[in-house]
Design a protein around this ligand. Sequence first.
Ligand SMILES: Nc1ncnc2c1ncn2[C@@H]1O[C@H](COP(=O)(O)OP(=O)(O)OP(=O)(O)O)[C@@H](O)[C@H]1O
Ligand SMILES: [Mg+2]
Length: 278
Amino acid sequence: MKMPPRLLPLYQAELIDEVVGQLQSGKEAEVYVVRTGNDYHCAKVYKESNHRTFKHRTQYTEGRQVRGSRRGRAMDKKSRYGRQEQELEWQNTEVEALFLLGQAGVQVPKAFTFYEGVLLLEMLTDRDGDPAPRLTDVEITADQARTYHLELIRQAVLMLCSGIVHGDLSEFNVLVANDKLYIIDFPQAVQATANNAFQIFERDLKQLANFFGQYDPDILLTDYPKEIWKLYQNGKLKPDSPLTGRVLHSNKKANLKAVLDEISDAKAEALEKRSPKK
Ligand SMILES: Nc1ncnc2c1ncn2[C@@H]1O[C@H](COP(=O)(O)OP(=O)(O)OP(=O)(O)O)[C@@H](O)[C@H]1O
Ligand SMILES: [Mg+2]
């Protein structure tokens, strides 16, 4: 196809040889299939900020460190410069997250390079070598729903172990490549230390549970977010931490009862000792 103007700098820098076609034109970006030598990759071109909704941006940016106070102030002011800075920050968030998470072993496409506002990515494919479908586009069984759900919970745990919460995890941002699930689309990712990170994490996992719950309603009864977050906050979360999917409220009561029983036993024992022996 004809070279889109935004991809021209990559062609001139010999990073790509040809633009083969356009995948989806999403809310935030356009994704193209490009050829470099014999390899096919994806090129994600971020839309200009004025084409994009900045709704809910504050909750996403919160907790993210902005290096250099001038940038921070500019971003706060929503000036033209601020807008540009925010745009770069948004793009960098995705690039940084992809590099970091790829290294941590999270199933994400490899990020090759970021050039002139375009991200060159590994193209995920199905068995025929075509671009991989989104989770929302494939037929799955109840069995697969359970397996996939647990697989994505593990991926979310692994991301949290790297200090990142996706922020838009859903059947639209998971690709199915040869039965393996890959997570994409990270511009809105937040650091797990942000004030509202738990709410975002919980929403991410609820979205997944709601989707998979269509195939097996039992999935709707699971509750992983609080359990995972508690381990994370206590510094105990590991990629393979055992998880139940249940929050054991009743356990607390049982423990409280055990403590009360012990107190009353101890009291009885003390009284018995004190009471004069005949
Ligand atoms: N690495 C990849 N391999 C194959 N297809 C991809 C890859 N990255 C993105 N895509 C395709 O491009 C679409 C848009 O990508 P992405 O979700 O990153 O951008 P977006 O602008 O947020 O899109 P949307 O608003 O639709 O979520 C994806 O739904 C997927 O179909
Ligand atoms: Mg997307």
